[in-house]
Design a protein around this ligand. Structure first.
Ligand code: FAD
Length: 383
C-alpha cells in the first residue's frame, strides 16, 4: 500500500489534488488532517466564478426521493457543516427549511416521505391553505400539495471554497494557482502533473476533482459520460423597506422547473429556471444570463410571488452542471493509472456533501473505505 501512495518508509503520503471546488477543497483538507503532504492546484483559484462551486449559495436537505444513500450522507453532512463552521468561525450553514410545491403528490415526493420517515427526519405535508397561512407572500394557485422539510438550509458556496482552502493552508497544505494535466507515467503509475508553464509536480497519488472540466481533461474516458448543461441563476430585487422576502422569513422552495431561495445577505431573491440542456464550456463560454430564462423566471414570480412581479433583476450568475447519466457521483481510480483518482460528477447535488465527500475521498486515496456499500454507486465504469 505504501508504494501505491508514494510513501517512503517513515514519511507521510504525498498527494496532489487538482481542482479547488467543493470536491477538491474538502478532499485536500481531509488529506492534510490525516497527515498527508498535499498540494492543491486550481487553474483559476478556489471558488472562482467559472467553477460550479463558485456561485453564492447552494442548498442542503435530507429529501432525495428514494435515493437513501444520499439522504444518509446529507444528514451526516448537516452535522459536519455545523461543526466545521464553529471551527472556522464563519457562518456557512443557514437553517431555513425547504418547501416543495406540486399539483399533486408525485411518486418522487412519496419516495422522499418514505425515506425521511425511515431516517426519522421531520417533514410535513401541507395543503395550499396551510402554505398561504404560513407564508402569505406565496400565492398557491394550482398547487395541490407542499412537502416541507424544516431542517433544510442554505450553504454559502464560494465562501466555503475560499474558507476551506485557507484552513487547508493553515494546516500545512500548499495551494497553487496553476492549470494541471497528467504528466509523465511509468507503467500503471502516474509520476507527475504537467503544469501550464511546462513545469512538473510530482506526488505519490493524484486526485482530479475538476468538476465540469473532467470531460475536457479525460475526453476518452468522460467525454460521453459527463454532460455540462448551463444554468442561469437570477437574483430579483426585493421591494424597498420590505423584509418579507429575506432570509429567514421564507423557506427555500421548488416547483416543477424552478427553485429558489429567499434573499440572503440582501443579495436578492434567487430563482433558477431549470430545463436547459445546452452543453457549456466552462473555460470560454460567456456568463451572461439568457433573456428567455429571465422571462421564464419573471412569469413564475408573477404566478407564485406576485408582489415581486415588477422587481428588477439585480444580479445574475451563469454556471454549469456536470451530470452523469445516473446522477451518481464518480469516485474511482483511473483505469490506466492506479494512483490516480477521479472525483466529480456532482450532478446538481454534490455541494452539500462536501464535508462527508471530502472525508470519503481522502480515505479512499489513503487505502481505506469508510462506506463500502457506496463504492458500487460511484464506479467510473458500471456493468
Ligand atoms: C445552478 C446549480 C445549482 C446547484 N444546486 C445545488 C444545491 O442546491 N445543492 C448541492 O448540493 N449541489 C448543487 N449543485 C451542484 C454542486 O454545485 C456541484 O455538484 C459542485 O459544486 C461541484 O463541485 P466540483 O468541485 O466537482 O466542481 P467545481 O466547483 O467546478 O470545481 C472544479 C475546479 O477545478 C478547477 N480546474 C478544472 N480543471 C483544472 C485543471 N486542469 N487544472 C487545475 N484546476 C482545474 C476549476 O477551476 C474549478 O475550481 C448545483 C449546481 C448548479 C450548477
Amino acid at each position: 500500500m505504501a508504494a501505491a501512495l508514494g510513501q517512503s518508509a517513515g514519511s507521510s503520503p504525498e498527494v496532489a489534488v487538482v481542482g479547488a471546488g467543493a470536491f477538491g477543497v474538502w478532499t485536500a483538507l481531509h488529506l492534510v488532517e490525516a497527515g498527508a503532504r498535499v498540494t492543491l492546484l486550481d487553474a483559476y483559484g478556489a471558488g472562482n466564478p467559472r467553477a460550479t462551486s463558485g456561485d453564492e449559495t447552494r442548498q442542503i436537505r435530507g429529501g432525495y426521493g428514494t435515493r437513501e444513500i444520499y439522504s444518509r450522507w446529507a444528514l451526516r453532512a448537516m452535522e459536519r457543516w455545523k461543526q466545521r463552521q464553529q471551527e472556522f468561525g464563519r457562518t456557512l450553514f443557514h437553517p431555513i427549511g425547504r418547501l416543495q410545491m406540486s399539483a399533486q403528490l408525485t411518486a418522487e415526493m412519496q419516495g422522499t416521505q418514505r425515506v425521511l420517515d425511515k431516517l426519522k427526519v421531520p417533514f410535513e405535508t401541507l395543503t395550499p391553505e396551510e402554505i398561504r397561512r404560513r407564508w402569505p407572500v406565496i400565492q398557491p394557485e394550482g398547487v395541490g400539495v407542499g412537502l416541507y422539510e424544516p431542517g433544510a438550509a442554505i450553504l454559502k458556496a464560494r465562501e466555503t471554497c475560499l474558507t476551506v482552502a485557507q484552513v487547508f493552508e493553515r494546516k500545512g497544505g500548499r495551494l497553487r494557482v496553476a492549470r494541471a494535466e497528467p504528466g509523465d507515467a511509468a507503467g500503471s503509475q502516474l509520476s507527475n502533473l504537467k503544469l501550464g508553464d511546462g513545469s512538473r509536480v510530482a506526488a505519490g497519488s493524484f486526485v482530479f476533482a475538476c468538476g465540469p472540466w473532467l470531460r475536457k481533461l479525460f475526453p476518452d474516458l468522460l467525454g460521453k459520460r459527463l454532460a455540462t448543461p448551463r444554468r442561469d441563476v437570477l437574483y430579483f430585487g426585493t421591494p424597498a423597506g420590505d423584509a418579507r422576502f429575506n432570509y429567514p422569513q421564507l423557506p427555500n422552495f421548488s416547483e416543477s422547473a424552478f427553485y429558489g431561495f429567499p434573499s440572503l445577505d440582501s443579495r436578492g431573491f434567487k430563482i433558477c429556471p431549470t430545463n436547459a440542456d445546452t452543453n457549456f464550456d466552462p473555460d470560454s463560454d460567456e456568463r451572461v444570463a439568457a433573456p428567455f430564462q429571465m422571462k421564464r423566471a419573471r412569469d413564475f414570480l408573477a404566478l407564485r410571488f406576485p408582489a415581486l412581479r415588477d422587481q428588477p433583476i439585480v444580479a445574475t450568475h451563469v454556471c454549469q452542471l456536470e451530470n452523469t447519466p445516473d446522477e451518481h457521483f464518480i469516485i474511482d481510480r483511473h483505469p490506466q493509472w492506479s494512483n490516480v483518482w477521479i472525483a466529480g460528477g456532482g450532478s446538481g447535488h454534490g455541494f452539500k456533501h462536501g464535508p462527508v465527500l471530502g472525508d470519503y475521498i481522502a480515505q479512499r486515496v489513503l487505502g481505506r473505505d469508510p462506506d463500502p456499500e457506496y463504492q458500487e454507486f460511484f464506479r467510473l465504469q458500471k456493468a
